[in-house]
Design a protein around this ligand. Structure first.
Ligand code: HEM
Length: 405
């Protein structure tokens, strides 16, 4: 599989938002760029940055002109096959018709009906995690709750035993890690660790797929193993993609929801039901989108918002900026759970619209419901926030709680 850089656009941040403060709050910069240079070429990162909702939407919907396939890029250094890891094609880095084939076999399993059937299991996992916190009056929301919940859920969907979960977390962390500085040694370290994690994961899934080939289990590894339209390499790629795409994103949605609700003094109103927690999650997706940017590459010369984009140029699509575009959203910079409609693009749009969107929403819904059922007070400490090095979220979120009798 290609570097996760290609999956969610977590390459080097723009200079303007590289500081921890910029990472926590890139929104002023977005507003300025949306207004002044909505489609702008960054010489340093060699990418077009796209900020307005209508431009981001147009690029994502026009997959004939803007490919998700990084192999198209003129510089194929990430694709040089200089090691023994297999080049794994996945739905997220291909275009139709290949993308349609790679996604088709699993689409049904992520539709609302299928996800509803799985809800009781997510409720049990959530209750178990809260039981583990039974004796605590303070805990780190990220480590103790927001990280384990999605990891356990994906592992269960794939049909992977509980004792491999820590291993998963290590792999997915390595795969979305960002260099801490620009030195060649640091970049090389991160790349080396990513390749090692990829190889280890690849071997792990290859073994399980072999074991389950022809089996009748209803887990996703068996489903993939029996999908004859996919090569073994593509089946491995699918399993790795699910781990990668579904974990940190959902962790960040949970964290960003508690962060936003606390920041706006809405914790009590959520607990009493005066503010609907499902809508608060939806507004969190818009207001603090777990994935702030995506990448595409132009396959032909094209004009976008008055700029000439050339074939082979990379585009960085700022979902986080599009989701606060005042042309689309009233009071776009405000957190308003009651907002309707809420046409955010936190899950992307077009053919690559997030496969796991219903699952992520259901998990977050169950999580908030159970948290506020269990605790009659949940105070998150926002005094010393540290941005996550990958995607948009927090390293930790200390919470103090007291319980309902
Ligand atoms: C809040 C949580 C999540 C967010 C914000 C999110 C966001 C996204 C976005 C923006 C895309 C589009 C990527 C692109 O167009 O290049 C995407 C695609 C995808 N997501 Fe999610 N995601 C989340 C949770 C999940 C979960 C839980 C799963 C899996 C169980 C998942 C699996 C996928 C897959 C497989 C794709 C690729 C779809 C395709 O290319 O056809 N995501 N996600």
């Amino acid at each position: 599989m290609e570097s996760p850089d290609s999956v969610v656009g977590v390459g080097r941040s723009p200079e303007a938002i590289r500081s921890p403060e910029g990472q926590l709050s890139p929104f002023e910069w977005y507003a300025e760029m949306r207004q002044e240079t909505p489609v702008h070429f960054d010489e340093q990162r060699e990418t077009w940055d796209v900020f307005r909702y209508e431009d981001v939407e147009r690029v994502l919907k026009d997959h004939d002109t803007f490919t998700a396939n990084r192999a198209f890029e003129a510089d194929e250094s990430s694709n040089d096959g200089d090691d023994d890891s297999p080049m794994l094609q996945t739905m997220i880095t291909t275009d139709p018709p290949t993308q349609t084939r790679l996604r088709g076999f699993v689409d049904d399993r992520f539709q609302p009906g299928a996800i509803r059937e799985y809800q009781p299991r997510v409720e049990t996992v959530t209750e178990d995690l809260l039981d583990d916190l039974e004796d605590e009056n303070s805990f780190d929301f990220v480590d103790e709750f927001a990280i384990p919940l999605p990891v356990i859920v994906i592992a269960e969907l794939l049909g992977i035993s509980a004792d491999r979960r820590d291993q998963f977390k290590e792999w997915s962390d390595a795969l979305v890690a960002r260099p801490e500085d620009d030195t060649p040694e640091e970049i090389e370290r991160v790349q080396r660790e990513q390749k090692e994690a990829q190889r280890a994961m690849g071997r792990f899934f290859a073994e399980l797929l072999e074991e389950r080939d022809g089996g009748d289990g209803d887990d996703l590894i068996t489903l993939a193993a029996n999908a004859e339209e996919l090569s073994r390499g593509e089946q491995i790629g699918f399993c790795m993609l699910l781990l990668l795409a579904g974990n940190i994103t959902t962790t960040n949605l949970l964290t960003n929801a508690i962060w936003s609700v606390e920041e706006h003094g809405l914790t009590g109103a959520i607990r009493t039901g005066d503010v609907d927690h499902t809508q608060a999650i939806e507004e969190t997706l818009r207001y603090r989108s777990p994935i702030q940017s995506l990448k595409r590459i132009a396959v032909e010369d094209v004009e976008l918002h008055g700029q000439r984009i050339q074939a082979g140029d990379v585009l960085t699509l700022w979902l986080g900026a599009a989701n606060r575009d005042p042309e689309i959203f009233d009071a776009a910079e405000e957190f308003r759970p009651e907002r309707r409609p809420n046409r955010h693009m936190a899950f992307g749009t077009g053919v690559h619209f997030c496969l796991g969107a219903h699952l992520a929403r259901m998990e977050a819904d169950v999580a908030l419901d159970r948290l506020f059922d269990r605790f009659d007070r949940l105070d998150a400490d926002l005094s010393d926030l540290e941005p996550l090095s990958a995607l948009y979220g927090l390293e930790s979120l200390p919470c103090e709680v007291s319980r309902n009798a």
